[in-house]
Design a protein around this ligand. Structure first.
Ligand code: DGY
Length: 330
């Protein structure tokens, strides 16, 4: 039996991780949990030397400097996220550090958030709620009632999903029940599950031109950065609603802001943006045709617990020299 002194060390670089996941780690590791939210870079750099593992969220940048500072003891980073654009994979590979992540367990929750955000944006829930709370409702006479707070419905519309992995497929399944007229999607290869729903594989340009609702559920990497650029925004229908639950970097945000300000598209529902948190003086904050959420796609109590347990299991697998439940291969 190893003594506590000789046990490998894990840094949990975030607060309030469910106890069930911390307990799993404590059985095998000497666990240090950070007590500031969010953990600062300076604190991270101070705490990583000598650690075997880092348990972190997408808010922590894992780059070469940090990996070098951790030293040769560092064998695994477990990120409690499906996205890993905050991790420098080249540096991880160079120093032989493995990466665990949390796909699958959050797909349904993120898909639920997406559908909610889509409806809230196109049916103007937040604008209507604001009007109600600030006295705007009392002024609605029968003359303006016909159009007041009307938005475009989802039934009979063309929905385009950019990136049809687990999350995109779940969104497709949910939106099919809304009696949409056509489901378009982009993917590197045809997805049998989406095809079975009637989904048509198209190019990104066909998708942006033909869709009434455009949903981004694709990972951010070199190939997908600014996949929604100025040119593609210009090709969108004038009533198109763009929903992003991937990463802010998928969109040229300045070009999007211009298009929204000039009412060249219908609106945008963004769970992710650039930067995060979005500064309060961002023009996006002032727009009625924009719904913003603070990156809460996977934020259900049950899902976050599952993500935490999976992250712990990914880390423990490296100690046991067994296959990680979910490893990023490089
Ligand atoms: C993810 O899991 O990647 C979510 O966006 C949370 O960071």
């Amino acid at each position: 039996m190893l003594t506590t002194m000789s046990r490998p060390k894990v840094l949990v670089a975030m607060k309030l991780v469910p106890e069930i996941a911390i307990d799993l780690l404590r059985k095998r590791f000497d666990v240090e949990v950070c007590d500031s939210i969010p953990i600062t870079r300076t604190e991270m750099m101070k705490k990583v030397p000598g650690k075997f593992a880092i348990f972190c969220s997408a808010l922590s940048k894992i780059d070469e400097e940090l990996i070098k500072t951790a030293g040769s003891s560092l064998k695994v980073v477990g990120t409690i996220s499906v996205g890993y654009d905050h991790v420098d994979l080249t540096a991880m590979k160079k120093y032989g550090v493995r990466l665990g992540y949390t796909p699958h367990v959050l797909s349904e929750t993120v898909a639920e958030t997406t559908v909610g955000l889509l409806i809230a944006t196109t049916r103007r829930f937040f604008e209507a709620n604001h009007a109600l709370k600030t006295g705007g409702w009392k002024d609605v006479t029968t003359v303006v009632w016909m159009n007041w707070m009307c938005g475009r419905g989802i039934r009979n519309s063309v929905v385009g999903i950019v990136g049809c992995g687990n999350i995109g497929t779940s969104i497709a399944r949910k939106l099919k029940t809304f009696d949409i007229s056509q489901l378009l999607y982009t993917s590197r290869t045809e997805k049998p599950a989406v095809k079975a729903l009637g989904g048509k594989l198209v190019t990104i340009d066909e998708l942006v031109e033909q869709s009434d609702f455009i949903i981004l559920s694709i990972a951010l990497n070199e190939d997908t950065k600014f996949i929604i650029n100025r040119e593609r925004i210009a090709k969108m229908k004038s009533h198109a609603v763009l929903v992003n639950i991937g990463r802010g970097g998928l969109i040229d945000q300045d070009a999007l802001i211009e298009a929204l300000q000039e009412n060249r598209i219908g609106g945008a529902g963004l769970d992710v943006m650039t930067p995060e948190p979005l500064p309060l003086d961002s023009p996006l904050m002032k727009m009625d045709n924009v719904v913003l959420l603070p990156h809460i796609g996977s934020a259900s109590i049950e899902t976050r617990a599952e993500m935490a347990i999976l992250t712990a299991k990914n880390i423990i697998a490296v100690l046991d020299n067994t296959a990680m439940p979910n490893e990023v291969k490089y």
